[in-house]
Design a protein around this ligand. Structure first.
Ligand code: NOJ
Length: 583
């Protein structure tokens, strides 16, 4: 691999990180479910794309109540995905290709099949086994009177329905309740418990010793709940993964001083945990990283997770949620850069992941700032061509921004959401816990198309198969298959390759951003220059208006979002360019 121009900073300052969702990346044994050998077999795709690192969503032993985010054994690979040996082979090959590997850590909750939870169910109220989780008597369980059949408080699960489930005592009588911010099969751990803390440090060492380059911390904002577990009755405007945007009595009231959301998110007590993890991870060589999945607002609150003695990165969900809108994106970029500068860290940028409707589909809606919780055939169907044109322009913005960029598997193919997945295929607990009101996240998790003319579009290979993929692929996926795009000029895949390569070559990830004064986000034009340490720079113009916009004089087009993005010296609507000074 060519040495990047910006090798002076640790790799995660400027990295491009590719999210692999193992169920849907590649199936190596032909059972219709993606697996670790499948990932290993396709790593060349990632090195050819030019990314620096891979983040693997969970592949641990799990009953799969929430696609693996319900872990039964944190030190074991689920049979669905392979074995620990398969993981070691994957890691060795990735490292051989110059790719770092980040794995998911799920500390907020375990699976209900985890041996600790099973032990807790068998044990009496008040026992040490129950102390590891959040067991409470019912609200009305007054000795000698109430029978405890009201939940301890009014919290709702992020996936819909109540956040408490009642257990039965040994004699079969109704007993205590346990908290689960997500599905009932995902009981929340008690992070005031020392055994819990020690166990997770041990799990981290287990994977660090194997050679992983870091952890993405699931629900990093949720580990500590407010003392007394107070009710939370304020209306939540858009919960997404919880509490990101909420009604505030006075808009800026909370700023950085206090958490403004639910009493189960963004409590100050979480930071002490991340400080201890920073110490643990820093003792290892090789710039290993901790990445916060924290749906926290405003940006100043998020920046607290990446203070110098905490994590290195946090996902920028404000950017992900800004949609296709110059003003909203400009505001997000501005606020992000100010907030991360205050803690002396670089930022991250992300447009899609396994929890969000794929951005080409969001950007093809009548309101391209909408953030739906899944799309089914009952809802408005996105304009596919328009959404893709905008997605290609948006990636030109993201790849020019200083910091680290996260891409979600398949976005390099321009893959749309499956927006017509029939109810019988749906597996996301959100769909069931909302009685189908929310379609859920399956539509962005459909297995990738690798080869247009193969069964399952080349997703499934191996002795047993090929089998039907675990979620059906829409027929249009054939057009997006990797083999239809590799080496094809102006394909989405080649656009991603070119952007990643130029970004690296120029050193934009370690650059500084300067807003252009010639264009205005108010007019729907997002325009900024990123100046790299080596003195080179790129001027990005993304036209988010509906009319063409003039190119500035004295520049030449380095990259364009589409072959015909520029005509008669103007950038067309819904297109973007990278410009460099003409010599
Ligand atoms: C965030 C993960 O990204 C999501 O997929 C999962 O359902 C929740 N955390 C609960 O673990």
């Amino acid at each position: 691999m060519p040495e990047p121009a910006n090798a002076a900073q640790p790799w995660w300052h400027h990295a491009v990180i590719y999210q692999v969702y193992p169920r849907s990346f590649a199936d190596g044994n032909g059972d219709g479910m993606g697996d670790l050998p499948g990932v290993t077999s396709r790593l060349e795709h990632l090195s050819a794309l030019g990314v620096d690192a891979v983040w693997l969503s969970p592949f641990y032993k799990s009953p799969q109540a929430d696609a693996g985010y319900d872990v039964e054994d944190y030190r074991e690979v689920d049979g669905l995905f392979g074995t620990l040996d398969d993981f070691d082979v994957l890691l060795a090959k990735a490292h051989g290709l110059g790719l770092k590997v980040i794995v998911d850590l799920v500390p907020n909750h375990t699976s209900d099949r985890h041996e600790w939870f099973q032990e807790a169910l068998r044990s009496a109220p008040g026992s040490a086994a129950r102390e590891r989780y959040m067991f409470r008597p019912g609200k009305d369980a007054v000795p000698g009177s109430g029978d405890g059949d009201l939940p301890p408080n009014d919290w709702k699960s992020v996936f819909g329905g109540p956040a408490w489930t009642r257990t039965a005592d040994a004699d079969g009588a109704p007993g205590e309740w346990y908290l689960h911010l997500f599905a009932a099969a995902q009981p929340d751990l008690n992070w005031h418990n020392n055994e819990v803390r020690a166990e997770f440090e041990d799990i981290m060492r287990f994977w660090l010793d194997r050679g992983v380059d870091g952890f993405r911390i699931d629900v990093a904002h949720g580990l500590i709940k407010a003392d007394g577990l107070p009710d939370w009755s304020e209306a939540v405007v858009a919960m997404v993964q919880g509490g990101m945007k909420r009604r505030r009595s006075s808009a800026e009231k909370a700023k950085a001083e206090e958490p403004a959301g639910p009493p189960y998110f963004d409590q100050d007590g979480v930071h002490e945990i991340y400080r201890s993890w920073n110490t643990l991870v820093s003792a290892y060589d090789g710039d290993r990283v901790l990445v916060a999945e924290a749906w926290v607002a405003p940006e100043e609150r998020l920046a607290r997770y990446i203070r110098q003695d905490e994590m290195q990165q946090a996902f920028n969900f404000g950017f992900l949620m800004a949609g296709w809108d110059a003003g909203r994106l400009a505001t997000s970029i501005r606020k992000t850069l100010t907030a991360v500068a205050s803690v002396g860290r670089p930022s991250t940028w992300v447009l899609s992941n396994h929890d969000a409707v794929r951005h080409p589909s969001r950007f093809g809606l009548t309101d391209p700032t909408k953030f739906p919780r899944g799309i089914s055939s009952r809802e408005e169907q996105p304009n596919e061509a328009l959404g893709l044109a905008r997605a290609r322009a948006a990636i030109m913005v993201m790849m020019a921004l200083p910091g680290s960029a996260y891409i979600y598997q398949g976005e390099e193919l321009g893959l749309p959401e499956h927006t017509a997945l029939a109810a019988r295929y749906r597996q996301d607990p959100t769909f069931f816990r909302t009685n189908g009101l929310e379609p859920g996240r399956d539509g962005c998790r459909v297995p990738l198309p690798w080869a247009k003319d193969e069964a399952s579009f080349g997703f499934s290979h191996g002795n047993a198969g090929p089998a039907a993929p675990w979620l059906p692929q829409p027929s249009k996926f054939g057009r997006y298959a990797a083999d239809q795009q590799a080496g094809v000029e102006h394909s989405t895949l080649e656009l991603y390759r070119a952007l990643i390569s130029e970004r690296k070559e120029l050193g934009l990830g370690d650059g500084t951003l300067h807003w252009s004064r010639s264009y205005s986000a108010k007019d729907g034009i997002l325009a900024f220059e990123t100046r790299a340490p080596g003195g080179r720079s790129v001027l990005v113009i993304a036209n988010m208006s509906e009319a063409p916009v003039d190119l500035p004089k004295g520049y030449r087009v380095l990259l364009r979002s589409q072959a015909a993005a520029v005509s008669h010296g103007r950038v067309k609507a819904n297109r973007a360019v990278w410009l460099v000074k003409a010599e």
